[in-house]
Design a protein around this ligand. Structure first.
Ligand code: HEM
Length: 446
């Protein structure tokens, strides 16, 4: 019996050793960038998930750039990944959409946002064209000018008033709820004031817990996130059904109104597609804007002179108005130079999107290294924004620096909204929301 047992143990040891060797030395038709694949199954995920309390690059990335250079390999949640903080390679990758690379999200995100199959909302080609067109129509400059700017102002005024009646607020949660009220209204027609159910709590729960370890068992943060997502799906689906069953439905301007008009007119335009795309838009809006505004509170507390600059600009706007109580106009918004410098500076330091993900469709050669087909690529663009040659003393919060940065330098060295075909479709909305928030804050409150 003993010899058989020993043989079994020996075979298992050989198998495991071979498996670990293959894990650490993945196959490649060339030379892989340097790096480590971490421990089997989870790779180096845990280190990246530890939140960073600094405005600097995440320690996971910083440590590895120092050790391996700006392009290195790793493994995240069981996926081989190339991380690049090399601006030249990043730009090249953004231009290769649909050719050498395609959009890719972590497997968790794929499940959460329905990014699987031929009809996924993040597909390339005409699906992307349709989705992008809808987003830009809903949140682009024209929509902001004619409709959304005043809706943002109203939402901000109501929420700031509520905050002012409380002793203290949890900033991130309160800002996220404020953005969620606006987003739910303009994306799926949810009327917060006249609804019994508070969907903003559900949106916050979903958004807040998504960046956690994807372990879906009761008691985990991720499990709560999935429960909130299911509830959100039900609310959006019910809203869609309500619109579809209303024979008198007049074409409105939210995401679901597009669904009513376009449902089943192409193979991908299903109910599921619209529900997932709405959830994706909610996440993109709430998480990004609330992170930036929350950070601004901390930075303002440490730099009161920035608030003084803002007050001067906004009081001048009020002075120029005939009626001080009239709503913010598009021309006034467009005149906010100091405010836009503050918005840029907070977003520069905010690192709102730590990485942009793609998947290599073919082997990619770069500087003697090969990125193998099938591997994920995480492009880290915030190294550009922290480049001391362009942004002197890069970790200092100094909105006045933007006075000396011309448009061309900014376009090459400031890419918080990404680049290429996938450049952020909500950038104008994010800036307008932030600026309107600052307008109400500094003119009405101390
Ligand atoms: C400070 C705020 C924001 C930042 C820093 C930001 C950043 C980004 C970045 C870097 C990308 C490119 C992703 C990629 O290439 O894979 C992106 C794409 C996108 N963002 Fe934003 N975003 C912000 C706010 C918003 C808002 C408010 C929305 C509202 C809907 C939004 C919607 C989108 C969409 C739909 C895309 C995909 C565009 C496409 O694939 O054509 N973002 N964003």
């Amino acid at each position: 019996m003993w010899p058989i047992g020993l043989c079994g143990v020996a075979l298992a040891t050989i198998f495991i050793t071979h498996w670990i060797y293959k894990w650490r030395n993945p196959k490649c038709n060339g030379v892989l960038p340097p790096g480590s694949m971490g421990i089997p199954l989870i790779g180096e995920t845990l280190e990246l998930l530890i939140p960073s309390r600094s405005l600097d690059l995440h320690p996971f990335i910083k440590k590895r750039i120092k050790k391996y250079g700006p392009v290195f390999r790793t493994n995240l949640v069981g996926r081989p990944v190339i991380i690049t903080a090399d601006p030249q390679l990043n730009n090249y990758i953004f231009q290769q959409e649909g050719k050498l690379v395609e959009l890719w999200y972590m497997d968790t995100f794929e499940k959460v946002f329905g990014l699987e199959g031929e009809a996924r909302p993040n597909a390339v080609g005409h699906i992307h064209k349709y989705v992008r067109g809808v987003y830009l129509g809903l949140f682009g400059v024209e929509s902001l000018r004619t409709k959304l700017l005043s809706e943002i102002e109203q939402t901000v005024r109501t929420n700031l008033h509520t905050w002012s009646t409380k002793g203290t607020i949890d900033t991130k949660k309160s800002v996220a709820s404020m953005v969620a009220i606006f987003a739910a209204k303009c994306q799926f027609g949810y009327d917060f004031e006249n609804s019994a159910d508070d969907v903003t709590e559900t949106i916050y729960g979903f958004v807040h817990s998504l960046m956690s370890f994807p372990l879906n068992i009761p008691g985990t943060r991720f499990h709560k996130c999935m429960k909130d997502k299911e509830k959100l799906q039900q609310v959006i689906r019910a809203k869609l059904k309500e619109k579809l069953s209303n024979p008198n439905h007049q074409g409105g301007t939210d995401f679901l109104d597009h669904a009513v008009k376009d449902l089943n007119t192409d193979f991908f335009l299903t109910e599921d597609f619209f529900v997932y795309a709405t959830i994706g838009a909610l996440f993109a809006t709430v998480e990004s804007i609330s992170t930036a505004i929350t950070l601004s509170f901390k930075l303002f507390a440490e730099h009161p002179w920035v608030v003084e600059d803002l007050v001067a600009e906004h009081e001048a706007i009020l002075k120029r108005r005939e009626n001080k109580d009239s709503p913010l106009t598009w021309d006034e918004y467009k005149s906010m130079t100091v405010t836009m410098h503050v918005v840029n500076e907070v977003i520069r330091l905010g690192n709102v999107l730590p990485g942009i993900f793609r998947k290599a469709l073919k082997d990619i050669q770069y500087n003697g290294y090969t990125i193998p087909a099938g591997w994920a690529i995480m492009a880290v663009t915030c190294t550009l924004q922290l480049n001391p040659k362009i942004f002197k003393d890069p970790l200092a919060f100094n909105p006045r620096r933007w006075k000396d940065i011309d448009a061309e330098t900014a376009s090459k060295n400031f890419m918080p909204f990404g680049g290429g075909q996938r450049q952020c479709a909500g950038a104008e909305l994010a800036k307008a929301f932030f600026a309107t928030f600052l307008h109400v804050l500094v003119t009405e409150y101390r």
